[in-house]
Write a protein that binds this ligand. Structure first.
Ligand SMILES: NC(=O)C1=CN([C@@H]2O[C@H](COP(=O)(O)OP(=O)(O)OC[C@H]3O[C@@H](n4cnc5c(N)ncnc54)[C@H](O)[C@@H]3O)[C@@H](O)[C@H]2O)C=CC1
Ligand SMILES: O=P(O)(O)OC[C@H]1O[C@](O)(CO)[C@@H](O)[C@@H]1O
Length: 384
């Protein structure tokens, strides 16, 4: 039987990618550092996905097992797999890279056939980033083997899967919508047949379409909601003062995306409408602190807040609401989130201006810098 390794047995791993692979006939080995999760996978060998939407249903996923991603067995698992997917978070890719490299060396020694690696993270070029990290751990022979036999394909991954309290540790709650788009030209050994995996040769456009629309609107809804003391995304987007920034921000990034990638404007407007409806899904409890997690990553120059603002600026388009959303992120003050604590400590120590400039890359007193600063002061006074 075909084998897939899914690094990360978390929400998106179990609730989306691992499930698609299992349904496509792969035996899915979930590799994680969470011992309890791995034990449970090996005991139960199945779990349930609860579709939490207007139409509810339950799907049982079978043919799965678990493996500690930091133990010795994972190398043999990689050596005998056809596909490796990840959903561990962009910052964790560097920790799994040496393991994947060891697995590739084992495949080389065994003369194994093609392997495809797809990192399913909210990050432009996540797989290329992982590939660089993996290559840095390969021998020269390993690099030559990987060039010929290992495909590293980027992807865009879209399904809202918040933490879920089911009867079973393994069960997950997901929205009905899902979209997984994979960069076809990078795949090796033919295209795997996986229902729910769409293929494209223009991936960057789709990654940015998703990251700069869904994730942009989501993050802004989270940060503004947090400022207002709202706990969940569905409640936050219902608040007119939040929606009146989050929605036009998605329209601003939309105008830039349509211009840059020549997406159909009417189709893109529908795409935004659909996303707003997904945010409003009352059957999913998606907390603003989950969606706003790791604000420093989200404020990065290529990520969902500053990325679309930069794209709009390059194309000479408006971006006021995007910049207001970014300003709200600088006010995200949640001690349980290490990046939020770091951000607030830096603002305390250095003052907000230098931190805004350093994190966003906007020069002091540039137009975009000034707009963020003005919105920051406005939101700060509202908060107090
Ligand atoms: N949850 C969602 O709705 C979506 C998440 N994503 C992306 O998917 C990725 C994962 O997100 P979630 O599933 O929500 O997070 P999560 O926290 O539920 O799952 C991450 C998993 O990775 C595991 N992990 C941590 N270090 C590891 C290591 N060294 N080796 C193996 N596993 C390790 C954790 O134990 C955890 O089970 C992120 O990049 C996120 O941006 C993308 C689209 C949707
Ligand atoms: O997973 P991240 O990058 O921290 O961001 C949370 C975002 O990811 C998602 O979980 C899925 O795209 C969204 O719900 C949300 O916008």
């Amino acid at each position: 039987m075909k084998k897939a390794i899914q690094f990360g047995a978390g929400n998106i791993g179990r609730g989306f990618i691992g499930a698609l692979l299992a349904n496509a006939g792969y035996h899915v080995v979930f590799a994680d550092v969470n011992e309890q999760m791995i034990q449970e996978l090996n005991e139960k060998k199945s779990y349930q996905i609860h579709i939490l939407d207007l139409e509810k249903s339950v799907e049982t996923i079978t043919n799965v097992s678990g493996c500690m991603s930091n133990g010795p067995e994972i190398i043999d698992e990689i050596a005998s797999a056809e596909i490796i997917t990840t959903a561990v978070g962009p910052n964790v890719l560097k920790f799994i890279a040496p393991t994947i490299a060891q697995g590739i060396e084992a495949r080389r020694a065994a003369g194994a056939g093609p392997l495809n690696v797809i990192a399913c993270e909210n990050m432009v070029g996540a797989t290329s980033h992982l590939q660089e990290q993996v290559e840095s751990h390969l021998s020269e022979e390993g690099k030559a083997y990987a060039r010929e036999h290992v495909g590293f394909a980027n992807c865009s991954v879209d399904r809202i899967v918040p933490p879920f309290q089911g009867e079973n540790l393994l069960d997950v709650g997901v929205e009905a919508f899902h979209e997984w788009i994979v960069e076809e030209p990078k795949l090796k050994g033919g295209t795997p047949e996986i229902d729910g995996m769409k293929l494209t040769d223009n991936l960057v456009a789709y990654v940015q379409r998703k990251l700069f629309t869904l994730n942009t609107g989501h993050a802004i809804t989270a940060y503004l909601g947090f400022l207002k003391g709202i706990e969940t995304i569905d409640q936050s987007i219902q608040d007119e003062s939040v929606r009146s920034i989050a929605r036009p921000a998605m329209e601003e990034s939309g105008a830039a995306l349509v211009k840059k990638y020549e997406f159909d404007a009417a189709e893109h407007a529908k795409y935004i409408d659909k996303i707003e409806t997904r945010f409003k899904n009352p059957y999913i409890r998606d907390e603003v602190i989950r969606v706003g997690r790791e604000p420093l990553r989200k404020l990065g120059p290529a990520d969902r807040l500053i990325g679309p603002a930069n794209m709009a600026a390059e194309l000479g388009l408006g971006r006021d609401h995007l910049l207001q959303g970014a300003a709200a992120a600088f006010l995200y003050d949640n001690n349980n989130d290490p990046q939020s604590a770091e951000l607030q400590a830096r603002i305390q120590a250095e003052g907000v201006g230098p931190v805004v400039s350093d994190v966003t890359g906007f020069a002091k007193d540039s137009e975009d810098y000034n707009k963020i600063m003005a919105a920051y002061e406005k939101f700060k006074s509202l908060k107090a």
